[in-house]
Design a protein around this ligand. Structure first.
Ligand SMILES: [Zn+2]
Length: 273
């Protein structure tokens, strides 16, 4: 599942491949986009989980991969690994097809100005790029969310801060000893700060490429603490890890009932959040 750091890497890769290239062809859901086909790529950037491809002529493509989207590159004429009807977007340049399969959203922004600003203003600062002050994140969380919001939903809310996906959500909650269903209004400002500082650290340490790593101990016991490890012993306390579908979107959450119980969560004291 693509998270903020993945999109960041993708933007860097696509930028290297497409910058200043004039597209030979562009198709959205099988339909040709003749205007873009003659246009030159000005820049490829990311904000949170959104990828933007800006064209010299003023148009932009906004791509959100969602849970199932992926980009592939194929030399022109080579057989694709997925069926063509799954291709949401195909950009052809310099003898290559850049194919985006199963994207959640692709939008053409005709003027690189107003509509794009509308869209990105709703996204919070990008943890892997903007180094936001925790106070500003706390302000956004308080403005946007009810104190009853569970931490699983807080961390995934891209309006507070963008970049945290479902894997980091579980990992961050584990590292900060937080019970996933703890409410925003029941954590201290220190715990709030610790959650976002840890998320930022993990996202930044994963910008370089390779598999997503949250655990660096060289003991052969894995590179993630809890994600994908349901039924296995907690690497901190030995309790069997669980997976539950939590939060308003019932997203898979991995956690340790031993060291992430409500009682052991640091900063459990109530504040006026
Ligand atoms: Zn544990």
């Amino acid at each position: 599942m693509p998270e903020g750091d993945t999109i960041h890497k993708l933007a860097t890769f696509l930028s290297g491949a497409l910058f200043d290239q004039r597209l030979d062809g562009a198709r959205l859901q099988g339909r040709a986009l003749p205007a873009l086909a003659r246009d030159r790529v000005l820049r490829v950037t990311s904000k949170g989980k959104h990828l933007f491809i800006d064209f010299e002529g003023g148009a932009s493509l906004r791509v959100h991969l969602g849970m199932y989207g992926s980009w592939h590159r194929y030399p022109l004429g080579q057989t694709w690994q997925k069926p063509a009807h799954r291709a949401t977007l195909v950009l052809s340049a310099a003898g290559q097809d850049y194919v985006c399969f199963n994207a959640k959203e692709v939008e053409i922004l005709e003027t690189c100005g107003l509509r794009r600003r509308d869209r990105t203003d709703r996204l919070g600062p990008d943890l892997s790029r903007d180094a936001p002050a925790v106070e500003s994140l706390l302000r956004r969380a308080r403005d946007l969310l009810s104190p009853a919001t569970e931490l699983v939903d807080l961390l995934l809310d891209q309006r507070v801060a963008s970049g945290i996906g479902n894997v980091y959500k579980s990992e961050v909650l584990f590292l900060e000893h937080c019970e996933p269903r703890t409410r925003l209004g029941d954590i201290s400002e220190e715990t709030f700060a610790a959650l976002y500082r840890t998320a930022e650290r993990l996202l930044l340490s994963n910008l370089g490429g390779g598999p997503r790593v949250t655990r660096t101990a060289d003991d052969g016991r894995g590179i993630l603490w809890v994600y994908g490890r349901a039924g296995q012993p907690c690497l901190r306390c030995g309790t069997s890890l669980v997976r539950e579908r939590l939060g308003k979107h019932a997203r898979s959450t991995y956690w340790c009932p031993g060291c992430q119980s409500g009682q052991s969560a640091p900063g459990k004291e109530t504040t006026n959040m």
